[in-house]
Structures are given as structure tokens and as C-alpha cells.
Write a protein that binds this ligand. Structure first.
Ligand code: ADP
Ligand code: MG
Length: 144
């Protein structure tokens, strides 16, 4: 487990781009953090770190956005409105889990705790003392 402090959206993106270098196929990132914490911002940095050029936006309406990188395909989920197994199934979550190139990054992962019964990485983003400060705690399997 490692805790980082960032002081701007750019700094959060840079941190995430560095984190991306340590990620591999099959990794699942479960975010913890409220609205405006910086989950989408962090995902933008992951995408940049994977060499993805397209703009990353919140998957609020589509529930999942797919970005093909050179090494990994990033699946960015918003589980805000997911209420159970049937909802989750309809997002394609289980199909993407079995994609051998997949990296999953999941906003509002609290809502799918019932499905996160395997080892995964948690990225918790909380406000810091200053206005643009964020405290980002990454818990994983020793890589972070
Ligand atoms: P979430 O996806 O968690 O709802 P977003 O990434 O969409 O949050 O938005 C984060 C907001 O916080 C943006 O408006 C961003 O500019 C702002 N922000 C301010 N400081 C930071 C920081 N250190 N890291 C990330 N975002 C920050
Ligand atoms: Mg978001």
C-alpha cells in the first residue's frame, strides 16, 4: 500500500500514467472516492500511460468506455446505477474480465463489491487539506 499526495489534476494524471507502467492484463482497479474526487482524472492518466490518444470522458451514460492501447485495452466503468448481478452482467463486465488484454478501471466499485471476490487493486481518492490536494492510496499485491 502506498499513499500519494497530488496538488492538481495534471499531477494526478502523471501519477496514474506512472502507475500504468506497472499494470498488466487481467488487472482490475476498483476506485473508492466520491463525486469529483478525481476517478475519471486518474483514468485519463492511465490511458495516457498506456499510449491511448483518444479523450477519456466519464462513462456515465454508456456505463463502459473501451480504449485500445498498444499493450492493453482499458475498460472504464461507471457502476453508479448498478444494483445487482443482472445489471452488472448487462454491462459486459464478465466478458471483459475474460479478455486476455483487459485492464478494468471501475468507478463506484462499491456497488459491485459482491462481484469483486478476487484479488484486485484499490485506488482510493480523498480530498486533502488544500483545495486541489488529493490523497491517493493504492492497495494491491506488492507492486504498489
Ligand atoms: P470523479 O470521476 O471522481 O467524479 P473527476 O475526475 O471527474 O472526478 O473530477 C475531478 C475534479 O477535481 C476535476 O474538476 C478536477 O479538475 C478537480 N481536481 C482538482 N484537484 C485535483 C487533483 N489533485 N486531482 C484530480 N482532480 C483534481
Ligand atoms: Mg468520474
Amino acid at each position: 500500500m502506498t499513499t500519494y499526495h497530488t496538488h492538481s489534476p495534471q499531477e494526478t494524471e502523471t501519477l496514474a500514467a506512472t502507475v500504468a507502467q506497472h499494470l498488466r492484463a487481467g488487472d482490475v482497479i476498483a476506485y473508492r472516492g466520491t463525486l469529483g474526487a478525481g476517478k475519471t482524472c486518474f483514468t485519463r492518466g492511465l490511458a495516457a500511460g498506456l499510449g491511448i490518444k483518444s479523450a477519456v470522458s466519464s462513462p456515465t451514460f454508456a456505463l463502459v468506455h473501451e480504449y485500445r492501447g498498444e499493450r492493453l485495452t482499458l475498460y472504464h466503468f461507471d457502476m453508479y446505477r448498478i444494483e445487482g448481478e443482472d445489471d452488472l452482467y448487462s454491462t459486459g463486465f464478465y466478458d471483459y474480465l475474460s479478455d486476455p488484454r483487459a485492464l478494468l478501471a471501475i468507478e463506484w466499485s462499491e456497488n459491485i463489491d459482491f462481484a469483486l471476490d478476487f484479488p484486485h487493486i484499490t485506488v482510493e481518492i480523498a480530498p486533502g487539506a488544500e483545495e486541489d490536494e488529493r490523497v491517493i492510496t493504492i492497495k494491491g499485491d506488492g507492486r504498489f
